[in-house]
Ligand binder design. Structure first.
Ligand code: FMN
Length: 230
């Protein structure tokens, strides 16, 4: 019930960017809905990042982030690219068109771009809240912003389809295990319910089969139908 009401607070969808903390050559980035302007004079934003987000770690290290405001009509793959995999082991920016300004990347598809400097941080068990001052806001475009409600109301299906098609065309190490690796595989491996979209492995106390049908992957937000025993 609470969730039903809280979903009525409509956020947009954004790609937050930061300098990669382990590799200065590339950038991290994450899809987020939890961004809001909370003050003017100075212009302040609040950004909520999940603690397992790699982009969050990069923001903590560099103290700044970029925001690309997503438009309605954006390529659904772009949304899945930033929301369904982690920058920890993927260069998400290599899959999209972007331009760099003052050392941070912004999507070419964005209808507005913001650079913000972290001035305060609040740590919670699952999330970290960054309060940040806007240092630059540029490239506005006269197109409607994509909302989280658009995503939930139907766009999510397009995003999942586009991302899963892309994944099928992009072979991974696990697609073709080397003969040597295959030989060393135990014949009876313990299998785990694994999210095929983001790789999250379910290890909760309630058996996976008994989780409610509307249960969602805590990492990328897809439903139970996207889990396989692997
Ligand atoms: C619709 C949608 C909204 C999301 N909103 C947020 C958010 O507000 N904050 C957040 O930290 N993660 C959010 N996520 C999850 C991240 O995008 C996801 O965990 C991503 O893989 C993190 O990537 P990173 O590890 O490279 O930071 C959202 C995902 C989706 C699909």
């Amino acid at each position: 019930m609470q969730e039903e009401v809280l979903f009525k607070i409509t956020n947009g969808l954004y790609v937050v960017s930061a300098r990669h903390k382990d590799n200065p050559e590339i950038f991290a980035g994450s899809l987020v809905d939890a961004v809001s302007q909370i003050a003017i004079n100075p212009n302040l934003l609040i950004l909520s990042c999940m603690n397992n987000s790699y982009t969050k770690e990069c923001i903590e290290q560099s103290g700044e982030f970029g925001v690309s405001v997503l438009p309605r009509g954006i390529d659904p793959f772009t949304v899945g690219n930033f929301g369904f995999q982690t920058s920890r082991n993927t260069d998400k920016w290599a899959n999209v068109r972007f331009s760099e300004k003052d050392g941070l990347p912004y999507l070419d598809e964005a209808i507005g771009k913001i650079r913000a400097k972290v001035i305060n941080k609040l740590d919670y068990p699952c999330n970290t809240l960054f309060i940040a001052e806007v240092e630059d806001a540029f490239d506005p475009r006269d197109t409607e912003a994509l909302t989280y409600q658009d995503y939930r109301a139907g766009f999510k299906k397009e995003v999942l389809e586009a991302f899963s098609l892309w994944q099928k065309g992009a072979p991974t190490e696990t697609d073709t295990p080397s003969p040597a690796a295959a030989e060393t595989q135990p014949s009876q491996q313990t299998k785990h319910w694994t999210c095929v979209v983001c790789g999250y492995v379910y290890d909760g106390e309630i058996p996976f089969e008994e989780l409610p049908e509307d249960w969602l992957c805590p990492l990328c937000g897809v439903g139970k139908e996207f889990f396989e025993l692997r």
